[in-house]
Every structure is written in structure tokens, then in C-alpha cells.
Design a protein around this ligand. Structure first.
Ligand code: SF4
Length: 348
């Protein structure tokens, strides 16, 4: 099959808040606005943003756990909105999810072995011997001892539970795993083990990941490409190395500047950003980032910036840093320089 494994086109999700009988307009939460991206087989696309930016809603839309207000999700070219209930089951077999809280996503009354084999038994009957072999194989795949198969989730550590969640997702041999804050509840040392496990599994099995996180350190470690979301929209999408080496959108700069830098020799950007993320019920006009943006101009308040393709393969939505070719001559004339990079301090 040619083309990307997953293609998302203009995906939009609004949640109506309800209204009194006499109200004419119903307020809506604009959780996701006009989001488009694609994921190739064996690729990791990370989606990053602050709480409430819509990244987890994107994950729910990809799994069709909720229906979009607009736009499409295509897997191997098939629009999942048109699938029957039966076809959707087969589709979900190809796309699995790993959740943030492994404890609440695992059935506490099932053993580890039963948790791994249960999704498979929704599709085919397994003999007792096959069940045992299956559980052993997938526990070993995620670096757990086969002896663990008789343990309940309450008898496992946080890291073991997340490994078990991954084993359950792998059991159906998916093409794509959507990992929603999959390591953020874990200790840093366990995070590193789980991330390395996911990368190893990707190499062995060719699985693609949509990895949702607010942690840029994690994203830099695991991502091939990164999409930055702000208030429901993608504002920058770029290859991972390019994004961290030279962020273009002012919000991306601010996120990277705010992230802790464990390497004392690495340059750090100085970018001021103030204020809170506005409400998605009543987002700012034009570019939603304009009330917090240090380089905003009048046009930013009036027009939503389109995503513009750059020469290095990234797309950016910013009137000032990535002006559309049909932008006004005034806007094109004022392209501010990227912020200066502080000289790295010599390590003592
Ligand atoms: Fe800032 Fe304007 Fe660019 Fe938005 S469009 S990020 S407000 S400069």
C-alpha cells in the first residue's frame, strides 16, 4: 500500500456546553481545530503541548472513541468514519493505545497473563496451552519474567504495570500504537527503560507511534517528527532534530526555553512568555497565541495564520516567522530575526 499509514485531514472537535432554552447560540469548547498530519509506517510522531491544548482529544479521535465535528482520519487510505461496527473492530486491532495510568487501564481482577490474552480472545479462540505460550512470549517481549503471568496488577510496580500495558497493546500485532502520556506517571529511571523498550520494539516490529507528551526531554529522545499544539491547533510540525536545533514558532521557542537542560554545554534560548493558556471556549481572535506572543503585531489579532511549508520540511503557522506567499507586502517586509542563542557556559 502506497501512502502514509495514518493520515489526518482538517480534524476538528467541538464540545457543545449546552444552553438554556432561550439562548440562541450554544457555547462550545474548541478542543481541536483543523489539525492535519500523517504518520508513516515505523515512524514516531510526537504531539506536544500544555494541558488543555487538545492533544489527548486527538488521540481519542484517532481511535474513534469520539466522533469528529469535522475532518477525516484515514488508515491506509480508508476513512474510519465510514466503517461499520464490525469493520471498526478490525481497525482497532491495527491501532492500539497505551494509557498514562497503567493501573486504572488494567482490569484488577485479571492476572497479567489474562490481561495479555484477553484482547486476542476477542478475535480468536485459544487453547489453554496457546494462552500460556502467548502470555510468556509477550511478557518476555517487554522484558518481564514469564513467572509474572499469574500476578495481579496490584502486585506489580508502576514500571511493570506499564510494561504489561504495552504487552497487551502488542498482543494484537498493531501497525500503530497511540501512547498518551505513557511515561509521565513513572519515575525518571523507569521512564528511560520504557522509552528504550518502545524504541527497541519499533525497530523489531516496525510499529509506528503517535506519542503524546508534555515533556520535551522525552520527545527529543523518542521522536522522529514533532507537532507542537497550542489551543487546539498545530502551530509547528518539524523533524525532531530541526525543531530542537532551531525552533521557528514563538510558542515552540518558549516551550524549549522553559524545558530543563541537563547538558551544561548546550545553548539555551532566552524567550519571554507570560500569561496563561486562554480558554478554548472563547479563544483569542486571529492567532490564538497573540496575547502571549512577544513579537505579535496587529495582523496577528485579526487573521488566523495558515500553516506554511518551509524549505527544511517543517510547517509553521506564524504571520511573522512563516509568512504565507499571498501575505500582504507589509507583513512580508517585517520578518523578525530568530532570537539570539546564548553562548554555552564552559563546564567546570
Ligand atoms: Fe506571534 Fe503573530 Fe506569529 Fe501568532 S502569528 S505566533 S501572534 S507573531
Amino acid at each position: 500500500m502506497n501512502g502514509p499509514l495514518l493520515k489526518v485531514e482538517n480534524l476538528t472537535k467541538h464540545y457543545p456546553l449546552g444552553a438554556g432554552l432561550l439562548k440562541r447560540t450554544i457555547p462550545v469548547v474548541r478542543a481541536v481545530e483543523d489539525v492535519s498530519f500523517s504518520v508513516e509506517a515505523g515512524e514516531t510522531l510526537c504531539i506536544v503541548g500544555e494541558s488543555g491544548c487538545g492533544k489527548s482529544t486527538v488521540a481519542r479521535l484517532l481511535m474513534r472513541l469520539t466522533d469528529p465535528t469535522g475532518g477525516r482520519v484515514l488508515i491506509d487510505g480508508t476513512d474510519i468514519a465510514g466503517l461499520t461496527k464490525y469493520e471498526l473492530r478490525a481497525y482497532r486491532r491495527r491501532m492500539q493505545m497505551v494509557f498514562q495510568d497503567p493501573y486504572s487501564s488494567l482490569n484488577p481482577r485479571l492476572t497479567a497473563g489474562q490481561i495479555i490474552t484477553e484482547p486476542v480472545e476477542n478475535f480468536e479462540r485459544l487453547s489453554r496451552k496457546q494462552r500460556q505460550a502467548f502470555a510468556t512470549e509477550f511478557l518476555q517481549k517487554v522484558g518481564m519474567s514469564p513467572h509474572m503471568k499469574d500476578r495481579f496488577p496490584s502486585e506489580l510496580s508502576g514500571g511493570q504495570r506499564q510494561r504489561l500495558g504495552i504487552a497487551r497493546a502488542l498482543a494484537l500485532n498493531p501497525s500503530l500504537i497511540i501512547a498518551d502520556e505513557a511515561v509521565s506517571a513513572l519515575d525518571v529511571s523507569v521512564q528511560a527503560q520504557i522509552l528504550n523498550l518502545l524504541m527497541d520494539l519499533q525497530q523489531q516490529m516496525g510499529i509506528a507511534f503517535v506519542f503524546i507528551s508534555h515533556d520535551l526531554g522525552v520527545v527529543e529522545h523518542i521522536g522522529h517528527r514533532v507537532a507542537i499544539m497550542y489551543l487546539g491547533r498545530i502551530v509547528e510540525l518539524a523533524p525532531c532534530e530541526a525543531l530542537f536545533a532551531k525552533p521557528i514558532h514563538p510558542y515552540t521557542e518558549a516551550l524549549i526555553a522553559a524545558a530543563p537542560v541537563p547538558d551544561p554545554t548546550r545553548a539555551r534560548l532566552e524567550v519571554p512568555i507570560e500569561g496563561e493558556v486562554p480558554s478554548p471556549i472563547n479563544p483569542p481572535s486571529g492567532c490564538a497565541f497573540h496575547p502571549r506572543c512577544p513579537i505579535a503585531v496587529e495582523r496577528c489579532r485579526l487573521e488566523v495564520p495558515p500553516l506554511v511549508s518551509m524549505a527544511d520540511g517543517r510547517v509553521v503557522a506564524c504571520h511573522m516567522r512563516a509568512p504565507a506567499t499571498d501575505a500582504s507586502p507589509q507583513a512580508l517586509a517585517v520578518v523578525p530575526p530568530l532570537p539570539s542563542v546564548a553562548e554555552p557556559q564552559p563546564s567546570s
